[in-house]
Design a protein around this ligand. Structure first.
Ligand code: SAH
Length: 251
């Protein structure tokens, strides 16, 4: 049995209870060493075997899984954040399907929610935005044309941009074009929930300069939108004049 497990954004206690339990029982752990903290491995049993997938190909990962499976061993494939977002798990699962190896996927705390928690904000504010766009700028991996940042910015939804801080100049350029203004709040969260986490607040006007000054070029979330700064309406859910299934209204 293979378990794809979300390790969470950094802080080892942000893995799920289920994920921690699976790690404790695993015979073989294949972890994404470039982003997953080594500290997670302390929760594994003695004799568990570790493989850092940072230096492995897809074929090599599958080979390790196949060998373990033959010996009836429990495998945890530990991914950073939530495995379903930029996790490259689909290609692994499809091969396991072909090989008839069963697996499960255990979700995790993604870095986009962790980053929003770190800056103590809420993505979805009444009358500001009720939509969150998770995206990235194209790099070596292309992004479909219809999903270009400039186009997505036109929605004025809350945005969490992954894998892009090293291209902050191009990100800003596209967003300014899409929004039609540079007066839009931005927060950069570097290594959210790690001990060396860094937060920078700014706007599309000055964020590039600030990011470059701090030398941030990897492992950051770029959060963009008016949810970061500015006015919003209070929630209807907790409004005394608004009744719903669980509350019949103010007495
Ligand atoms: N599955 C992961 C994302 C993997 S892609 C998740 O759900 O978070 C790697 C990108 O995620 C990084 O380039 C960065 O943009 C973001 N990221 C991962 N961990 C982060 C963290 N602790 N703080 C800020 N961004 C992080």
């Amino acid at each position: 049995m293979v378990s794809f497990v979300g390790a969470g954004p950094g802080d080892v206690d942000l893995i799920t209870v289920k994920g921690r339990k699976l790690l404790g029982e695993a015979d073989v752990v294949i972890y994404a060493g470039s982003l997953v903290s080594n500290e997670h491995l302390k929760f594994c049993k003695e004799g568990a075997k570790f493989y850092n997938s940072a230096s492995m190909t897809l074929e090599e990962v599958i080979e390790v899984i196949e060998r373990a499976e033959k010996d009836n061993l429990k495998v945890v494939r530990l991914h950073t954040g939530d495995p379903t977002i930029y996790g490259a798990i689909r290609e692994q699962m499809d091969i396991l399907d072909i090989k008839g190896i069963s697996y499960e996927v255990v979700p995790g705390v993604s870095s986009f929610t962790a980053a929003c928690a770190s800056i103590k904000r809420e993505f979805t504010l009444p009358n500001v935005s009720q939509t969150v766009i998770l995206t990235r700028i194209e790099g070596r991996t292309p992004v479909p044309e219809e999903e270009d940042l400039e186009f997505l910015a036109k929605y004025k939804a809350s945005m969490a941009i992954f894998l892009s801080v090293q291209e902050i100049d191009r990100v800003v350029e596209k967003l300014v074009k899409g929004y039609g203004t540079d007066n839009i709040p931005v927060a950069i969260v570097y290594k959210a929930t790690w001990e060396d986490e860094k937060i920078i607040f700014g706007t599309l006007k000055d964020i590039e300069e600030k990011v470059k000054k701090e030398n941030i070029n990897k492992m950051a979330q770029i959060l963009v939108g008016n949810f970061i700064e500015g006015e919003y309406d209070r929630s209807k859910l907790y409004d005394p004049s608004f009744t719903h299934k669980f509350r019949s209204g103010a007495k």
